[in-house]
Design a protein around this ligand. Structure first.
Ligand SMILES: Nc1ncnc2c1ncn2[C@@H]1O[C@H](COP(=O)(O)OP(=O)(O)OP(=O)(O)O)[C@@H](O)[C@H]1O
Length: 317
């Protein structure tokens, strides 16, 4: 559905080289990205600020011409075939709106139906689904400029889907949203993914979006792919470990050792201990712990994707 081969985008930028001197330099914002995304996949495309995420999305949607390499989306070449491509993709870029600022949502949606020449019955059924799942009814008649960010984002998503696109590109769909809107957007995208007929590529700084929605995670830094795989792949590549946190009635004996685990911290005078579980199962670790000291409370903490991704960003620099 989406193919990129050695895709590149360079910008000419002016850099300060002395007190009064500036030089022109070439900046490779996307530096040889090769990826194939199959129909129905949901892919998280992440990276630190300035990594090249938006530039990639702009090339995929025909907004920017590549400086080199190949790109095809739905079998089309995005820039030369931009008009044909527009009928087959949906785009939500946080900063840019496809809604009419002074019109109520309902009228914006009606206009989009004419722009894309969507048959009335298809339009009605798609709109009905979005109204239900994204809870739009309370503000369908409010002019777009009066909507909150969360309400507008729900409107933008609807606008991007009314013509039934095969691929949906989302740039930071949950940024700045309140908890309720974030939840609504995530569960809506989750349903869309489960239905399996829309390919979804999403950039985000909120890793919870990725954890809930995407099986595949592509990480880029300095314009290059530094990871392509599942979240589990990422954890195993970085040796992420579960942690066992126990609140004890009394501190552990000084010679206590838990084979297959490392003591990470002992706080509150030894009444709270945290172990990293390396080659021991949580059950066995708990059993060994309760024989050594009376346990008041315990929990097993899954590795945090934030930690792993932060390590990945540092390693790739
Ligand atoms: N039109 C442009 N002219 C010059 N440089 C640009 C232009 N657009 C982007 N860049 C540079 O290209 C690099 C990649 O930018 P891009 O916006 O793709 O990053 P990003 O991963 O989307 O970052 P963020 O998470 O901050 O949105 C950055 O160094 C940016 O400054």
């Amino acid at each position: 559905m989406i193919e990129m081969k050695d895709l590149r985008k360079e910008f000419t930028v002016r850099v300060k080289t002395g007190r009064f001197r500036r030089e022109k330099r070439l900046l490779a914002a996307v530096d040889g990205v090769s990826l194939a995304i199959a129909a129905g996949e949901m892919v998280g495309y992440i990276g630190p600020n300035g990594a090249g995420k938006s530039t990639t999305l702009k090339m995929l949607t025909g907004v920017l011409s590549p400086s080199g390499g190949e790109v095809s989306v739905c079998g089309l070449s995005p820039v030369p075939q931009r008009t044909r491509l527009a009928l087959r993709i949906g785009v939500v870029f946080g900063q840019r709106s496809q809604l009419w600022w002074d019109l109520p949502l309902r009228e914006s949606f009606g206009l989009l139906r004419h722009v894309y020449r969507v048959p009335a019955a298809d339009h009605e059924s798609r709109l009905r689904r979005c109204r239900d799942l994204l809870d739009l009814d309370a503000f369908m008649d409010t002019p777009v400029r009066q909507l909150s960010l969360g309400q507008r984002m729900r409107g933008e998503l609807t606008a991007a889907l009314l013509h039934g696109p095969e691929v949906l590109f989302l740039d930071e769909p949950t940024i700045g949203l309140d908890v309720v809107s974030k939840q609504a957007v995530r569960s809506f995208l989750g349903e869309l993914g489960q239905a399996g007929d829309t390919t979804l590529v999403l950039t985000t700084h909120d890793l919870a979006d990725i954890e809930r929605l995407c099986r595949r995670l592509v990480v880029i830094d300095h314009g290059r792919v530094v990871h392509d795989g599942t979240i589990e792949d990422l954890h195993s590549r970085y040796g992420s470990r579960r942690r066992l946190v126990a609140d004890l009635e009394a501190p552990l004996p000084p010679d206590f050792a838990l084979p297959g685990a490392t003591l990470l911290a002992a706080e509150a005078d030894g009444h709270r201990v945290t172990f990293a579980l390396e080659s021991i199962a949580a059950g066995a670790a708990v059993a060994a712990l309760v024989t050594a000291a009376p346990v008041r409370d315990l929990s097993v903490v899954e590795p945090e994707i934030e930690d792993v991704v932060a390590r990945l960003y540092t390693d790739s620099r």
